[in-house]
Design a protein around this ligand. Structure first.
Ligand code: GAR
Length: 201
């Protein structure tokens, strides 16, 4: 049984999608062990508790990056976590964190990376005028929204789109490909060549 931790800072819809995929057996032989948030106000914390999943707030305010990450890593190790899923966790991880969970941290981003990293990716896409955007699940390294790509999904941008309508269309795909990416990584049926993640099944 693989043990998954979700780290989040906000609403937690990706957390819910992962939790639902685990519950329904779409992510087999896994349990969602713990949710960690750096923000007390994160809606995802309440959602986790409602599902009976342990949810812990470790406030990041006023802490140095690595000092904070050491607290989180200690908790994740205590819980024997196999895979860390960032789901709207709005913090860059320190090299310490990345090394402790090398190739065992995933992130989801609401754009086709390497386009539009950082904040407000959907707004960036709209303003740039791209006709297609989407979402990306990738392995996490020390850099922002970087690291080898596991899965992407393409979403068309429509003329009438606002930031909200585009974000909602992308979000549906996020919920789908996060579970797919988790399955690839937990199964171990992939290899990394340079930046490329190649399936071995
Ligand atoms: C998601 O759209 C996720 O892709 C994005 O934050 C949102 C969190 O929503 N993450 C990033 O922008 C990371 N750079 P959620 O709390 O409902 O899952």
């Amino acid at each position: 049984m693989k043990r998954i931790a979700v780290l989040l800072s906000g609403r937690g819809s990706n957390f819910e999608a992962i939790a639902e995929s685990v519950r329904a057996g779409r992510i087999p032989d896994a349990e969602l062990t713990i949710v960690v948030s750096n923000r007390e106000s994160a809606g995802g914390i309440e959602k986790a508790r409602q599902r009976g999943i342990e949810a812990v707030v470790i406030p990041s305010k006023g802490k140095q990056r690595e000092e904070y990450d050491r607290e989180v890593v200690a908790l994740l190790k205590e819980k024997k976590i196999d895979l860390v899923c960032l789901a709207g966790f709005m913090r860059l991880l320190s090299p310490y964190f990345v090394q402790e969970f090398r190739h065992r941290i995933l992130n989801i981003h609401p754009a086709l990376l390497p386009s539009f990293p950082g904040l407000e990716a959907q707004k960036q896409a709209l303003e740039w005028g791209v006709k297609f955007s989407g979402c990306t699940v990738h392995l996490v390294d020390e850099h922002l929204d970087a690291g080898p790509i596991i899965c992407q999904a393409v979403v068309p941008v429509e003329d009438g789109d606002t930031e909200e309508t585009l974000a909602a269309r992308i979000l549906r795909e996020e919920h789908r490909i996060y579970a797919e990416a988790i399955n690839i990584v937990l199964s171990g049926r992939y290899r990394i060549e340079g930046r490329r993640v190649l399936r071995t099944d």
